[in-house]
Structures are given as structure tokens and as C-alpha cells.
Design a binder for this molecule. Structure first.
Ligand code: GLA
Length: 686
């Protein structure tokens, strides 16, 4: 207490030191579009901060994220809290009109802490303790670690919870590693007890009569994440997710107890990473954010765009890109650079999908440490690298477009469902190693988004009645709750398309006793008769033309006269020859369709066209050239188009009327985009 009072006094003194400086007007601290950089003032002498911040300001950087690995600077010895340097850094940023996102440093506990409290170090799957040379070695379930995490978060929030220049908090950094020690195992048992109440219930629902797995004591239940009972595997991952959520809540509560509500709280997630259920962990956060890295290669519009939409779907509102790569990373197999212009196009692509901020990791190369080869905006010598100019252009453009994009988001008539239980269930038993549930989702996402220009990627339990079309690729696990949600959607007039492997498993990762799509089979009036992991492509033909199915094929059987066959398999393994591959059934004003074949190329494009026509939708800007991406944000009576060109050739897009060219100024009825060119167009007021 005494220490805290002393620190507070110091921070008051420090603030008064800067009292003569012009504070940043609060309205501009969170403009609708923000450009950021990950800044590590603790790695540099204070005398060098100003030069860095001046360069940031010149590049229109309007926020920095600081602190997320700086625990040893904030608390060099137990109980010795040092926040003056951070206070100075926040004030220095403020003098350059740069706001601050504060990261809690719990992803990198200091050495003294790990030495004094070895129990906080996570246990690896092989039972050994993690080593001391990296970050993220803590045990997220450990009560002592949570106490220490709450303490440092409390101290920080006490110091900076009312700081006018702190706009947001990031809890920890990229949650990733679970721990497998005996204490965690006891928590898991307790978690299972709360869920299943009795061992008889658990034994029945996991069918533990199989291989004599029957448990007669809770403490017999192992953590087996390799080849365990599917019920055990699914529950372990759900426990991991709940444990991240409760780990996070400790810090959320600590910050909220001291910080003003205008300081929003997030954590940086990782796109398609499936180490926990992101829908669960997002609950309680004020906004979602993610780290958007290409790694090897170049921007993949479909994979990246869908990951943006996925992140927007966590809380179903705009999000931040909390980290993205300045040209290249250091952790991939081949760390090639993005092309000149590609970083700018990528930033606008993010914004098109609902990003309100794009932050580059990192600002400046640290002289030492594990990431010396990573892309930066300023080299170790403190002078800009070539990309700096391009990022400055992004910053200037964000400032220009902020007004047009204020109050807008992506509104979509189409939802694609994404479900962690299903991904885990399939990934443990792919049956054909090439079957990747994310690829399965992207196979639908690509052609559908190309037609409608905006797609929501969301969970299967959220309200669906606002959508004209809902696509559920590889929705392997359908819980009774999700089944009821999907059935109500169709009966209410919605159009549901189920993809391969859907409706096979229940909430315990057990097989539904009905054939696929399990609880939805009766409504479909058809079922999956058998599935086949393919060793050679199978031809598919029908109303969507002809194509080839290469990885997985489901032979369908029609059970109701109202169910119509849309596609059939051609000659292949004998079992599939001539059998239905896709069926559909009208249900009142809605419909349900099951596609048992993976369609490629033109057949998938025709299927997508059929889906949107069936749902009463029309293609948006159908004449735009293939390599030009179109995103639409709307709100407050405004509609803003964001176009980015990935073709090596200039491309001309004709608009349906006159629009304001937000970046170049003036009214336009067509735009020509160079390679990686960007246009931001606002619907001219009527
Ligand atoms: C992650 C981390 C950062 C940094 C980058 C490098 O996203 O959050 O601290 O290591 O990777 O790409």
C-alpha cells in the first residue's frame, strides 16, 4: 500500500513535470481509423525516444502499443514497482500526439519470478517443466501465477487507468500454451464434475465401455490430447478455452476496477489458430483484435479476408489489427518480403473487412533478442527502412478517409459458420489427411464472397434470422442448441447450405445416432449413406455443371419426395457411381441443401451463384475484374467502397453512378487502379 502510494505520488510529480506541454485534445486520441506501431521504449535509453516518436508522428502513426513484455522493467525485484519510465514514455508519446495502448506483461514473466515461484512455469505434455529462455512459459491455470498477473495488472491500472493518453489495454499476448501438470489435471476433473455431475453420466456420454475406459473415480481421467476418447479430447479443448477465459478475467477485473471505461480492453488473437475457442474467450472483451501475418508468400485474399471476417465475428463488430508485418517476418520457413505496394494494399484490405486500426510489429529492430531479422519501420540505427514511406502514405490516407469511414462497418446478407468443436473433431480424425476444415470453409468463402462482396464468419449459435443465406462447411459437431438454431432459421424462411462432414457428431464428440446431418436429416429429407476418403478424383455432374471431387465424397440418399438431387457422382469407385452428391429441399419459404462433394473450379462458382439466387440475392458489382477486391462498409447513411488491385496490370472499374474519391478528391464514375492500387469511394450524397 505504502509502495503504491509512493508510486502514485511519483506519477503525479511526473505528470506535473509535463504540465507545461500541450496535451492532446481527447477527441483525436481515437480517430475512426488508426495507424499504430509496437514500440518498446524499455529497450532504448530515454534520450532516444523523442527521435523515434518524431519519426512516428511524421508517418501519421497515432498510437503505440507498449509494455506487453516489459515486466522486468516494471518490477525488477518482487514488490519494487517501477512505472516512472512508462509514465515518461506515455507523456513523450503524448507530446507527439500519439496515444498509447498498454499491454500487460504477463506473456513474459521475469526470471526472478520464475526462480522464486517455479510452480508458475508450465508443464509440457511430456511431464517436464518448460525452459527459461523463451516467453509464454507460464501455467495459465496456476493460482499463484494468476495472483501475480492480477497484481501487476492492478498496479498498472492504478497508475494509468485514468491517464488521458491511454486509450486501450491489451491483456497478455497471443494466448497459446496450455499446461499439463497434476494441478491442472485436478482442475480438469473438477471442471468435468461440474459439467457431467456424475461419473455414470460421463461414462455413458463418452461410451467409455469402449476399451474398458470406464472411470470409477474422477481422478482416473487423464489429460490425453493425442489419441484419447473423442469425448475426452473435445472436453479438454473446451476446458483449455474456459481456463484462458478465466485467466483473462483475472486481468480484466483488475484493470476494470481501476480504469475508466473509455479505456477499452482487448487481447491479440491469431486468426485461424485453434488452440482455444475464440468465441468463448472474446466474451468480456470490449473489442476483438488479431495479429495478421502472411509469413511466407503473399497476401492471400481469401484466407486473409476470411480471417478478418472471422475476427469481426468474435464480437460481431469492427476489430483491430493489433500486429501486422512490415514487409517480412523472421519466424517463417522463407521470410520473403511483401512487394512494394502490397503492405499498403493489405492495410486497406484489412479496413475493408472492418479493421479500425492497423499496427505494425515492430517499430524498430532491437539490438539483441530473438527477433533481429524481423521487418521493422526503423532500423537498429534509428533511421527509416524503405517501407517507412509506404506506411507513411497509409497513415496520411487513413487520416483522409477517417471521416468517411466513421460509424461504418460491414453488413452482410450471408453468413458462413465456423465452429471450434468441429475443427477439433475433424483435425483429430481427418480420415483423409488432406481434409482441412479451414480449407473446406475457404472453398465456399472464396466464390461466395466474390459474388456478394461481404460475408460474416460467425458461430452456429448466434441469431441467424438477419441472413438470407447461411453456409455451414464441415460443421461436424452440431449440438442440440445449434441444431435448434439452424432448424428455426430454415423454418423462418432462411436458406441453409450444409457442407461435407456436417452433422456427424454431438456435443460430446459422439456420433449422432442418425446418419448425417444428424439432427437436421429429417428436415433435409435426405442423409449421408456413406463417406469415402478418396485416393483419386471423382467426377461430379449436375445443375452446377461438372467438376471433380478430390479428397472426400459423401454418397447421399434421398428419403423424402420433396428433396431434389442437384448433383451426382460420375463413374469412380463403384460405390459412388451415379449416386447423389448434392440435394436440396424447400422448407416453407426457406430451404436446406446438403453438398456431399467438394466442388472445384467452375462447379463451385456455379454452386455459389445458385446459392445466392436461391436466397434472393444478387451479385454486387459483377463486372469488376477478377483480381480486384471489393469491400463495402456502410452506416450512418454512408456507403464506402474499398477497392484493391492485385493484378500486375492496371484495372479499370466502372461504378454504378458518381462517387466521391476519398483519397484523390473529386467525383468519379470509374477508377483505374495500378498494381496494388487502392481506391476508397464514398457514395455521393443523394
Ligand atoms: C507475434 C508476437 C510479437 C512478435 C511477432 C513477430 O505476433 O505477438 O511479439 O513476436 O509475432 O512476428
Amino acid at each position: 500500500m505504502l509502495k503504491r502510494a509512493a508510486v502514485s505520488l511519483l506519477s503525479v510529480l511526473a505528470s506535473s513535470l509535463f504540465a507545461g506541454q500541450t496535451p492532446l485534445p481527447s477527441a483525436s486520441r481515437t480517430p475512426p481509423l488508426m495507424l499504430g506501431a509496437a514500440w518498446y521504449p524499455e529497450q532504448w535509453p530515454e534520450s532516444r525516444w523523442d527521435a523515434d516518436l518524431a519519426l512516428m508522428q511524421a508517418a501519421h502513426v497515432n498510437f503505440v502499443r507498449v509494455g506487453e513484455f516489459a515486466w522486468s522493467r516494471m518490477e525488477p525485484k518482487e514488490g519494487d514497482y517501477q512505472f516512472q519510465w512508462l509514465e515518461h514514455a506515455i507523456r513523450a508519446a503524448e507530446r507527439h500526439h500519439i496515444a498509447v495502448v498498454l499491454g500487460t506483461p504477463t506473456a513474459a514473466p521475469p526470471q526472478w519470478l520464475k526462480q522464486k515461484y517455479p510452480e508458475v512455469i508450465r508443464t509440457l505434455e511430456n511431464g517436464q517443466k518448460d525452459t527459461h529462455s523463451d516467453r509464454q512459459e507460464f501455467d495459465w491455470s496456476d493460482p499463484k501465477y494468476r495472483e501475480l498477473a492480477a497484481d501487476i495488472a492492478t498496479r498498472m491500472a492504478d497508475q494509468f487507468g485514468h491517464d488521458p493518453n491511454v486509450i486501450a489495454w491489451q491483456i497478455d499476448n497471443e494466448y497459446a500454451n496450455a499446461s499439463y501438470g497434476p494441478a491442472t489435471r485436478r482442475q480438469f476433473d473438477q471442471w468435468l464434475k461440474t459439467k457431467y455431475k456424475t461419473l455414470d453420466n460421463l461414462n455413458a456420454r463418452w461410451t467409455t465401455a469402449y476399451w474398458s475406459q470406464t472411470y470409477s473415480d474422477w481422478n482416473q481421467i487423464p489429460i490425453d490430447v493425442k489419441y484419447g476418447n473423442p469425448g475426452l479430447l473435445l472436453n479438454w479443448n473446451q476446458f483449455v478455452s474456459d481456463t484462458w477465459r478465466s485467466y483473462q478475467k483475472v486481468q480484466l477485473d483488475a484493470i476494470r476496477a481501476h480504469a475508466e471505461p473509455r479505456q477499452k480492453i482487448t487481447t491479440n488473437m491469431m486468426g485461424w489458430f485453434d488452440g482455444y475457442d475464440h468465441y468463448k474467450v472474446s466474451q468480456g472483451l470490449d473489442f476483438a483484435s488479431w495479429d495478421d501475418y502472411v509469413g511466407t508468400g503473399h497476401l492471400d485474399l481469401v484466407r486473409n479476408g476470411a480471417a478478418e471476417d472471422l475476427t469481426r465475428g468474435f464480437l460481431r463488430k469492427n476489430f483491430w489489427v493489433m500486429e501486422t508485418q512490415p514487409d517480412f517476418v523472421n519466424w517463417s520457413k522463407d521470410n520473403n518480403s511483401l512487394d512494394k505496394g502490397e503492405v499498403r494494399a493489405m492495410a486497406w484490405h484489412d479496413v475493408g473487412h472492418g479493421a479500425e486500426a492497423v499496427e505494425y510489429w515492430q517499430w524498430r529492430s532491437a539490438l539483441n533478442g530473438q527477433e533481429q531479422y524481423h521487418g521493422v519501420l526503423v532500423g537498429a540505427d534509428g533511421t527509416p527502412v524503405p517501407l517507412y514511406t509506404e506506411v507513411s502514405q497509409v497513415g496520411a490516407e487513413f487520416a483522409k478517409a477517417a471521416q468517411a469511414l466513421a460509424g461504418t462497418t460491414v453488413h452482410s446478407d450471408v453468413a458462413i459458420l465456423q465452429d471450434y468443436d468441429s475443427r477439433w473433431a475433424i483435425n483429430w480424425q481427418r480420415h483423409n489427411q488432406a481434409f482441412d476444415p479451414v480449407e473446406s470453409l475457404l472453398a465456399f468463402y472464396g466464390p461466395v464472397r466474390k459474388l456478394v462482396r461481404s460475408v460474416d464468419v460467425i458461430a452456429d449459435t448466434v441469431p441467424l434470422s438477419g441472413y438470407k443465406l447461411v453456409v455451414a462447411p464441415a460443421l461436424n459437431v452440431i449440438t442440440p442448441e445449434a441444431a435448434a438454431n439452424l432448424e428455426a432459421y430454415v423454418r423462418g424462411g432462411g436458406h441453409l447450405v450444409l457442407g461435407q462432414r456436417s452433422g456427424m457428431k454431438d456435443e460430446d464428440n459422439g456420433l449422432w445416432p442418425e446418419r448425417q446431418p444428424g439432427p437436421l436429416a429429417a428436415m433435409l429429407g435426405a442423409r449421408v449413406e456413406q463417406w469415402y476418403a478418396l485416393d483419386k478424383p471423382v467426377p461430379v455432374e449436375g445443375v452446377w455443371g461438372s467438376g471433380e471431387d478430390a479428397i472426400w465424397a459423401e454418397q447421399l440418399a434421398v428419403k423424402s419426395p420433396e428433396a431434389k438431387v442437384l448433383m451426382r457422382y460420375g463413374k469412380s469407385n463403384g460405390w459412388l457411381d451415379g449416386q447423389p452428391a448434392a440435394v436440396t429441399r424447400r422448407v416453407g419459404k426457406g430451404s436446406v441443401t446438403y453438398i456431399g462433394a467438394a466442388l472445384n473450379g467452375d462447379a463451385m462458382k456455379s454452386a455459389a451463384q445458385w446459392m445466392i439466387a436461391q436466397s434472393g440475392l444478387q451479385a454486387v458489382m459483377p463486372d469488376v475484374p477478377d483480381d480486384v477486391d471489393v469491400s463495402v462498409r456502410s452506416g450512418g447513411g454512408k456507403q464506402v467502397l474499398i477497392l484493391t488491385n492485385y493484378s500486375a496490370q492496371p484495372q479499370t472499374v466502372k461504378l454504378q453512378g458518381s462517387m466521391t474519391d476519398v483519397l484523390k478528391g473529386g467525383q468519379v464514375s470509374q477508377v483505374t487502379l495500378d498494381h496494388y492500387g487502392v481506391a476508397v469511394l464514398e457514395q455521393a450524397s443523394r
